[in-house]
Design a protein around this ligand. Structure first.
Ligand code: TRP
Length: 332
């Protein structure tokens, strides 16, 4: 079916924020209903910066549990751990030979990460986009739902696909990025001009999916507003209030206009408390479900094993085609 295959992945490093939830997880939930979706825990990408091994393993499972708790349904999508499907690394090797060092050196994320990890500019960091291209191309992906910061990587995956197809004949579907619009931009609670980021130095700037009720309420109480008193959606002049309205709407399922009406004539204090409560109420069942799934080790192991097997079958098909095209002997 044309346009039907969706691929995305997330690195199991660090906690997810409510920005990730509204901007990415919820879109995956919608996509699984009518697309052939593959969603991976990108642990191979994660080790391009130093990771504590025990923590990486733990976070991989926690992330899978969180996704399941949010409503990803293993009957409707393929949820798996990247390193459990060996074709990712195998395809990456072949794609490396049609990718130029110069184009990798120019990648924004490579330049940023090289600056931040100057003592660890490893080959994997540079090869990161080629591994990501392998992820995407292995499944003959049509659509890649990603945040704005990953669009350059999807562009490179497209370039690599087109280049390979030109050189060896039609092999890969050329993917395109699906940029999240609605609610994609949840801003920092401390500086509405900036994106909510898990690595913000200010602990009040971001709300994690695992924050307890008290923490959530405290962070919203301290959220930056502005000197006016009106609760109105006007991102240019009222960045803080607009961000809170967006969050409230996302967690209550209301529109921003309805949210404005709910708070007409009310004060900032009452408003911030209500937003905090809406978020805490929304997170509570997800957190409980995540904890329950993490207890059920066999269930989780089974879901990931089944996911890896499904991914393996699809990946094997593409890799075999690639090996044939490039002239690799495959035993016959
Ligand atoms: N690089 C992506 C990120 O950090 C994660 C990722 C890995 C990915 N492989 C992917 C996203 C393939 C989309 C498609 O967000």
């Amino acid at each position: 079916m044309d346009g039907n295959t969706v691929y995305s992945a997330v690195q199991p490093s660090g906690n997810l924020t409510i920005g990730n939830y509204v901007g990415s997880i919820r879109n995956w939930l919608a996509l699984q209903e009518d697309h052939n979706c593959f969603f991976a825990m990108a642990n191979m990408h994660a080790i391009t910066v130093r990771q504590d091994p025990a923590e990486l393993r733990r976070r991989t499972l926690e992330l899978a549990a969180l996704y399941l708790a949010c409503g990803l349904d293993p009957e409707k999508c393929t949820l798996y751990v990247q390193s459990q499907v060996p074709q990712h690394a195998e395809l990456m090797w072949v794609l490396n030979t049609v990718t130029y060092v110069g184009e990798m050196e120019r990648m924004t994320q490579f330049k940023d990460k090289s600056a931040r990890h100057a003592d660890n500019i490893n080959m994997g960091l540079m090869d990161y986009p080629v591994l990501m291209a392998a992820d995407i191309l292995l499944y003959q992906t049509d659509l890649v739902p990603v945040g704005q910061d990953q669009t350059q990587h999807v562009e490179i995956a497209r370039d690599i696909a087109v280049r390979f197809n030109n050189r060896f004949g039609e092999t890969f579907t050329v993917p395109r990025a699906l940029i999240m619009k609605q609610g994609a931009k949840i801003a920092s609670l401390q500086d509405p001009a900036r994106k909510m980021s898990k690595s913000d130095e200010n602990p009040n700037a971001c709300v994690f999916m695992t924050d307890d009720r008290e923490t959530v309420l405290r962070k919203f109480k301290r959220a930056v507003t502005d000197s006016g008193s009106e609760i109105r959606f006007a991102p240019a002049e009222k960045g803080g209030i607009s961000n809170l309205l967006t969050i409230y709407a996302a967690f209550t399922g209301k529109t921003v206009e309805e949210a404005e009406k709910d708070f007409a004539g009310k004060g900032y204090g009452e408003f911030k408390l209500a937003v905090g409560e809406a978020v805490a109420d929304g997170l509570a069942p997800i957190q409980a479900e995540r904890a329950r799934i993490l207890q059920e080790k066999e269930y989780l192991r089974g879901v990931l094993a089944a996911g890896a097997e499904r991914a393996f079958k699809a990946a094997r098909k593409t890799l075999s085609k690639v090996y044939r095209k490039v002239g690799f002997y495959q035993g016959e």
